[in-house]
Each structure stands twice: as structure tokens, then as C-alpha cells.
Design a protein around this ligand. Structure first.
Ligand code: TNX
Length: 565
């Protein structure tokens, strides 16, 4: 065997079941030898390749201890507080680490999890960590994540994952030194709402693609997935009481591309996968405009009761359901009622944008009546900021997508009690091109390179809006020009982590040059995981992904990445 300093973990003597066949004394000797070798490997090991502060989004407090690097061992155990949701986080951690390490990483739950020789996920965190915060302690003899909630443990696990060498993203076993940098991190989010939106109406994306997007959100500690489920080009969610919405209204897409819709079971699967990653699904049914697909399916909703032709273009603002007809409100109540029954989260998004053909007073009355329907379903309403002039409703959230922060109508709605999610189109719209030569995307809100996505402050972005009216941020991806999973990822990465950092990290950590350095390391991770991203200028991406060669073996066949079914 070669010198301990380059001892690959898998070359150590096996422990566990293989040893069990040995007589007791021989087993003790083998254990001692194994322990001594592991100790030597730890002491002589090179320092962990990742620094403790190399995390996106930036943690609140980082205290490195270079003497306390931890070497993840082949016999490491993940011990978790006795709690079903915490145990699920432990299983996810094991599932993240097993493919690349090839280690078994058994998960057990116990009243007071010990970190010795492995990783503890412990619900005994301090109260000031709040509902999503965590503390991570990395020491030579073990790693502990402390939180108050399973969501906090989940976020701590995402940090832990980023602190391992990038090869941890490999879907097949690789020979690597699985070192973690020693020290402590204490971390909490700045905002409670941190989201991304996927438009599945302009182009339809199947469940596996959506689950994959959820994985990307989880990685960057985002906690809301907004699904834009309906638009002129397609209706994407099955509604039992109005079945033609999905079967007829869901048939097409932009550019005559294939349509599709989610069955109730599909949608439940998305919601459950998101919930397991502490992400709340926010479903949007865009009303009263952006409804051509619904009118094709049910012409009785159209102002002239005539079915329009299916629409496959990219114009906006021409369609609307009849706001003066009671039948329209039956439709809205049925659709939102079914959606609410499938959606555990507190939000129903009613769209409200670009209803250019509906007169202002009729529009406000429509929004107010729909807000009452949402309230009657026990949910809080979200609408694009065009709903601002309508009367306030309890818990109302406006999603602001303007390009000029001086917006007196929105500021006035805030004075009447509305809270805000900020998606400024000239910073947070991920369908904008990065640069003039970006092959897909729009530029009506300008070009958005990663620096532009990063360089704004949600607390001060809007004139005459107090910082405490802002509940958080969201990065929308409209998909008129986005047709595949790879294109989704190309537009999301690396801008999604920039918006995620604005939502999570304390303003004191905001620093473009530090951010781009931290971000650069993620390119290697995405490459190792088979994730598409844009190698945009301005970020010092490493020239060659430094991923060790795969180690071929039996685990390779078993190794799968989540969400790639
Ligand atoms: C505006 S933003 C829209 C969408 C388009 C998008 C394209 C908003 C609420 N409405 O209908 O897809 O621009 O960038």
C-alpha cells in the first residue's frame, strides 16, 4: 500500500460485515489496525481542497479551524434525531454522498445523535437559528449539523455537500480524499420567501424535468417553486370539473411544439418531491388575461362565446375570460378549489398581468372577487403587481416584476397592507439573454449577466416601500424560447445562485468579487453532475474540471442521481 498521504479511502481494509466472520480476537486486531490507519490518513492528509467559506449562498458566520479538517470515512454513519422529517433529510444526505463515495453510509435515528466517526443531524439547535437556520460543526472526529427544524437540517446538508470536493457530484464512484474543512458555520436566511418560477405553459416540461429543477432550487436553499401552469399557449393541469382545459387546452405549445399536462398524480408527485426538500409549490392560474387556451376548451368563458383558434405565438395581452359573467366565477372557483385541494402550501397565484383588454374598473372588480374566492379556500392570494389597484385582502402578496423601482401604485398597495415578492425583470428574469449573442431568450428588460442578476438590494429596490414589506425574491423563467432541460439549466445557471444569495445571505456578505470566486467552484460541480450551465465571462471558471477519473466497479450500475428517471 502506498503512503498514507495519498491513501484512497476505498483502499482501506473493509470493516463491518466482512470482519464479522473473524474470531473475536482477530476482529479486535483488525479493528485496531484499521483505526490506526485511518488516524494516520487523517493526520497526514493534505488540507481539504474547499475552504469553509466557499458556500453559495454566503453563510452568515464562518469560523474556520484548519486543524480540524474531517476525513469522511468508508465506515461513517449518519445519525439523526428521532423524527420522521429529520430522518428523511438523513436519507437524502446519504443518497447524495453514496454514488461518488461508494460508501454504505447507513442512516440511524436516535434520541441524542453522536457525531463520532460520522455525521450527526441534530434537532437540538439553539432557538435563535429560527425556522430555517442551522449550525454546522466540522471537527476531526465528526461532523454535526444542528437545527430547530428538518428544514434547517436540510439547508445545513446543502452546505455540507458544497464543502466536500467537487467530485462528490459524480454519479459513479471516484477515488478521492473526502475531506471537509474544519470549523463552524452559523447560518440563517435573510428572507422567508426565496423562489424560482418555471413557465410550463409556453413550453411543457414533464415531471422529471420539474424534479430536476427542484434539485437545483434545493441546492441553493430556495424554498418556493412557482409553477406558471396556464397561459395562452397551454393549460397544464388536469381539472376534473372542467376536463377539456387540460385535454384540449393543453394540446399545444409555442411554435407548434408538443403540448402536455400534469395529471393530478403528476402534480402530487411534484408537490411531494418539493416538500421533501422543504420547498413549497406555488401554483399559478393566470387570470383574467393569458387565457386563450382555456377559451379554446370552453368558449362559454369568452366575452363573445366564440372559441378562438389555438395560439402558438408569443404575443401577450389579447385574451381574457369574461369578467362580467357568473359562469367565469364558477370556473375560477372550481379550478382554484381543485388546485387548493392538491396544494398543501398557503399560496394560490392568480396571475393578473397584462389583461390589456379589460377596462380598469372591471379588472379591479374581477381581482377582488377572485381574491375572495382564494380567501374562502383558506389560502393567501399572490398576483403579479398589476393587481395592486384592487382592494387589499388579508395576506395579499404582490409579485413585482417592474424595471423601474419608482412605482407609486405598488407602494400605495403596500401602505394598504400588501407584502411583496421582488422579481425585477431587469435583474431577476432568467429568460433574458446574458449577452447579445445568447442563442435563446428575450432582451425587452435588457441583458442580464450574472453580475446584473446579483447587483441589487431587495430592501431598497423600490421607492417608498419599507424594507419589512419585502417577503423575499423570486427568479422567473419564462419559456417562450426555452424548449429542453438543457436550455432550462443554461438559463438558470449561474444566475439562479445569484438570486438565491440575495434571498438568503445577510447584506453584510454582499460582495461581487467574493461571490464570483465562490460561484466559480460550482462550475466544476455542475460539470461533474452532468448539469448544463453557461460559462459566462466575468466568473473565473476553472479551465479544466478537476474531477478524478471514475473508479469502475459494481456500484456504478446502482448509482443513479435523484430526479433522473
Ligand atoms: C412578461 S412578466 C410576461 C410574460 C412573458 C414575459 C417574457 C409577466 C408577469 N408577464 O407573459 O412570458 O414577459 O419575458
Amino acid at each position: 500500500m502506498s503512503s498514507p498521504s495519498n491513501t484512497a479511502p476505498e483502499s482501506r481494509p473493509p470493516s463491518g460485515p466482512a470482519d464479522a466472520a473473524l474470531p473475536a480476537r482477530a476482529r479486535t486486531a483488525a479493528e485496531l489496525a484499521g483505526t490506526a490507519e485511518r488516524e494516520a490518513a487523517t493526520r497526514l492528509a493534505p488540507p481539504a481542497p474547499v475552504r469553509l467559506g466557499d458556500v453559495v449562498p454566503a453563510p452568515e458566520r464562518v469560523t474556520p479551524d484548519p486543524t480540524a479538517d474531517h476525513l469522511l470515512r468508508a465506515d461513517a454513519v449518519i445519525r439523526v434525531s428521532a423524527d420522521a422529517a429529520a430522518l428523511a433529510v438523513g436519507e437524502q444526505l446519504a443518497a447524495l454522498l453514496r454514488p461518488a463515495t461508494g460508501y454504505p453510509l447507513p442512516v440511524t435515528d436516535t434520541a441524542a445523535p453522536s457525531a463520532a466517526g460520522g455525521i450527526a443531524l441534530d434537532l437540538a439547535g439553539d432557538a435563535d437559528l429560527g425556522p430555517e437556520g442551522y449550525r454546522l460543526d466540522i471537527a476531526a472526529d465528526g461532523v454535526r449539523v444542528l437545527a430547530r427544524t428538518a428544514a434547517g437540517l436540510h439547508h445545513g446538508v446543502q452546505t455540507l455537500r458544497q464543502l466536500l470536493p467537487p467530485a462528490i457530484e459524480s454519479p459513479i464512484p471516484v477515488a478521492a480524499h473526502w475531506a471537509l474543512p474544519g470549523g463552524s458555520i452559523v447560518d440563517r436566511p435573510r428572507y422567508p420567501y426565496r423562489g424560482a418560477m418555471l413557465d410550463v405553459a409556453r413550453h411543457f416540461f414533464g415531471v422529471p424535468d420539474v424534479l430536476r429543477v427542484i434539485d437545483h432550487l434545493a441546492r441553493y436553499k430556495l424554498n418556493h417553486l412557482h409553477l406558471h401552469l396556464t397561459d395562452d399557449q397551454g393549460w397544464r393541469i388536469a381539472v376534473d370539473s372542467w376536463p377539456r382545459l387540460a385535454t384540449v387546452g393543453g394540446a399545444g405549445a409555442v411554435g407548434d411544439d408538443p403540448g402536455g399536462h400534469y395529471t393530478r398524480a403528476d402534480y402530487r408527485r411534484i408537490v411531494a418531491y418539493a416538500a421533501a426538500r422543504h420547498i413549497t409549490v406555488v401554483p399559478e392560474v393566470d387570470l383574467p388575461g393569458h387565457t386563450n387556451a382555456a377559451l379554446v376548451a370552453y368558449p362559454e368563458l369568452a366575452p363573445d362565446r366564440v372559441a378562438p383558434p389555438p395560439y402558438t405565438g408569443t404575443e401577450v395581452g389579447f385574451s381574457y375570460v369574461d369578467p362580467t359573467s357568473d359562469r367565469t366565477y364558477d370556473f375560477v372557483a372550481d379550478v382554484l378549489g381543485e388546485l387548493a385541494a392538491l396544494t398543501p402550501g398557503p399560496w394560490l397565484h392568480i396571475g393578473g398581468d397584462e389583461a390589456f383588454k379589460v377596462p380598469a374598473e372591471e379588472y379591479a372588480r374581477f381581482v377582488e372577487r377572485v381574491q375572495r374566492i382564494v380567501g374562502g379556500l383558506g389560502r393567501n392570494v399572490i398576483g403579479w403587481h398589476q393587481i395592486a389597484p384592487a382592494a387589499h385582502a388579508d395576506g395579499r402578496l404582490l409579485q413585482w416584476w417592474g424595471t423601474n423601482g419608482d412605482d407609486p401604485v405598488t407602494a400605495e398597495a403596500v401602505r394598504r397592507g400588501a407584502k411583496l415578492i421582488l422579481s425585477p425583470a431587469n435583474h431577476a428574469y432568467l429568460d433574458m439573454k446574458y449577452a447579445p449573442d445568447t442563442p435563446i431568450g428575450h432582451d425587452w428588460a435588457g441583458l442580464i449577466d450574472v453580475r446584473r442578476a446579483y447587483d441589487w438590494d431587495p430592501a431598497t429596490h423600490l421607492t417608498d416601500v419599507p424594507a419589512d414589506a419585502v417577503l423575499g425574491v423570486e427568479a422567473p423563467l419564462w419559456t417562450e424560447s426555452v424548449t429542453t432541460r438543457a436550455e432550462i439549466e443554461f438559463m438558470l445557471l449561474p444566475r439562479l445562485p445569484a438570486i438565491a444569495e440575495l434571498g438568503w445571505s445577510a447584506p453584510a456578505t454582499h460582495d461581487w468579487s467574493a461571490f464570483r470566486e465562490r460561484l466559480a467552484g460550482h462550475g466544476v460541480r455542475w460539470a461533474a453532475a452532468g448539469i448544463t450551465f453557461h460559462r459566462c465571462p466575468g466568473v473565473p471558471w476553472p479551465a479544466q474540471p478537476s474531477i478524478p477519473a471514475p473508479r469502475r466497479g459494481p456500484q456504478e450500475r446502482a448509482a443513479t442521481r435523484s430526479a433522473q428517471d
